[in-house]
Design a protein around this ligand. Structure first.
Ligand SMILES: Nc1ncnc2c1ncn2[C@@H]1O[C@H](COP(=O)(O)OP(=O)(O)O)[C@@H](O)[C@H]1O
Ligand SMILES: [Mg+2]
Length: 324
């Protein structure tokens, strides 16, 4: 069956510095993954590993340096932004920057109704808007005529999800949708994704640095490090029985005792380590507790241990290898 989304060998390079002292950053380095219908797939990893860049390319906001994006089998090109016709919607980190502070929030919904011709009359429009709001736990009555600042961050993020639902999307791309929301409300919002999956058959590409919410909502997960997918499989396999040394490190740094502390606070990592970007072998070699000599020279292949993809020399010869 055709996949809802297929990303094949996607690479994105950015040039930094002047013309003379130019360096190329490979923000995304030949990654491949797919998504099925009614599935929550997570891209997880620390800040700067290439999650947002991947999302932007899937959404056609940025162009890939190389690689292919297929939405329900249809290739996305610079000219044909097929995500628009294939029912993809996006939700971003900061709901307050999604809405103009001087416009009422409902005006966005009426605009969507008009642009997509979703209703014939105002009464029908209100009914539709109310239905979408109810699926995220709100109602038209408590939202009509209000400005963004009259809502909490959590409410406004629910509202942006409801707005995304207006056009009956097949895929929602949610880039760090709860990182600016109060910790106590995060689970309620990610829970919505499960509800949308189960009740509406919507798929969610969930992008996060938070493994706790990722574990809670994902069907499958890919762990990214410096532009690479280093491990990918079902969330049970990857997070409960991690194989890649980096996934193990991440998992151990999930705070158990203090739920207010986020994972990113507990791992101290340099934001932009050129060393790692420019490293020849495995990008994780410099920090890996299991590092071997070949890791510093040779890029690991995508190996399969059972159904789990692991990009690590430790598993070379341990079982089946990549089918490609
Ligand atoms: N427009 C850009 N120009 C140059 N470098 C960029 C640009 N966008 C992202 N990068 C770099 O690409 C890498 C990946 O960034 P990003 O995809 O935003 O990571 P994440 O979302 O995982 O935090 C980072 O090193 C970032 O600095
Ligand atoms: Mg990001």
């Amino acid at each position: 069956m055709e996949k809802l989304l297929e990303v094949k060998d996607l690479t994105k390079q950015y040039a930094l510095g002047s013309l003379i002292a130019r360096i190329l950053i490979t923000a995304v380095d030949r990654i491949s993954f797919y998504m099925d219908q009614a599935e929550i797939f997570t891209l997880a990893g620390e800040s700067g590993c290439g999650k947002t860049t991947t999302a932007k390319i899937v959404l056609g906001f940025e162009e890939a340096t190389s690689g292919t994006i297929l939405h329900s089998g249809k290739p996305q090109t610079r000219k044909e932004k097929v995500w628009i016709t294939e029912g993809v919607q996006a939700i971003f980190q900061d709901p307050f920057s999604t809405f103009n502070p001087l416009r009422t929030v409902d005006s966005y919904f009426f605009e969507t109704v008009k642009n997509y011709r979703l209703a014939e009359s105002k009464t029908d429009a209100i009914e539709l808007i109310d239905q979408k709001l109810r699926s995220v736990g709100l109602t038209y009555g408590e939202f009509a005529g209000k400005y963004p600042n009259e809502f909490s961050g959590g409410q406004l993020q629910r509202i942006s999800i409801a707005r995304a639902l207006m056009t009956n999307p097949k895929l929602i791309i949610a880039d760090e949708p709860v990182s600016m929301v109060d910790a106590s409300l995060r689970m309620a919002i990610v829970n919505l994704f499960k509800k949308l999956r189960d009740e509406l058959g919507v798929s969610v590409l969930y992008i996060t640095h938070d493994l706790a919410t990722a574990y809670y909502v994902s069907d499958r997960i890919a762990i990214m490090f410096r532009g690479n997918i280093v491990e990918m499989g079902t969330v049970e396999q990857v997070l409960m029985n991690p194989r890649h040394p980096y996934t193990r490190l991440l998992r151990e740094s999930i705070p158990q005792a203090d739920p207010r502390q986020t994972w990113s606070d507990t791992v101290t990592l340099a934001e932009l380590e050129h060393d790692e970007y420019l490293r020849e072998g495995c990008k994780f070699a410099g920090r890996c507790p299991m590092v071997m000599e070949r890791c510093r020279r040779e890029v690991p292949r995508d190996l399969f241990v059972g159904d789990v993809l692991v990009k690590c020399h430790l598993y070379e010869g341990s079982g089946e290898t990549s089918p490609s």
